[in-house]
Write a protein that binds this ligand. Structure first.
Ligand SMILES: Cc1cc2nc3c(=O)[nH]c(=O)nc-3n(C[C@H](O)[C@H](O)[C@H](O)COP(=O)(O)O)c2cc1C
Length: 122
């Protein structure tokens, strides 16, 4: 999985907000992605292997955008900025914990389709 990331055009991360952050499972992947950025002591800077990639985030939360979702978004936005990657997000506040409720949310479905189209053509 990690090795395939640099050859992707877009990497889409999806996570619920758990205690003001992404899930521990996703954080494990993020931590390992740090290995895709190397410090080049000769050139005196970082060599990024994510520069040509767009990172996209889909995040849900039981509460509003503040503070949980915003913190989750800020983490991914900062990683993208540091890595020279593009970034876009779809934030879903006040999300029901029952997946069938989300499936029946027509507005959200439209937003998700529009977001998918946007990141596929960016
Ligand atoms: C362990 C845990 C921690 C959570 N922490 C937050 C939180 O910090 N902020 C928030 O708005 N919602 C929080 N929620 C609600 C989830 O973000 C919300 O139910 C989510 O969108 C759906 O997650 P699910 O895929 O696990 O059902 C938490 C839920 C769980 C189970």
């Amino acid at each position: 999985m990690l090795a395939r990331i640099p050859s992707a055009d877009v990497v889409v991360f999806a996570t619920p907000t758990y205690f003001f952050g992404p899930t521990a499972q996703l954080k494990t992947l993020l931590d390992r992605m740090y290995s895709l950025i190397k410090f080049n002591s000769d050139a005196g800077g970082y060599v990024h292997r994510l520069e040509h990639i767009a990172l996209a985030l889909i995040a849900t939360a039981g509460g509003g955008v503040q503070p949980g979702l915003q913190l989750v978004e800020e983490t991914f936005k900062t990683i993208a900025g540091f890595s020279g990657a593009g970034f876009d997000s779809l934030l879903v506040p006040n999300a029901s914990m029952y997946s069938d409720d989300l499936k029946q949310d027509r507005d959200l479905r439209e937003k998700a389709i529009a977001f998918g189209r946007k990141i596929a053509t960016a």
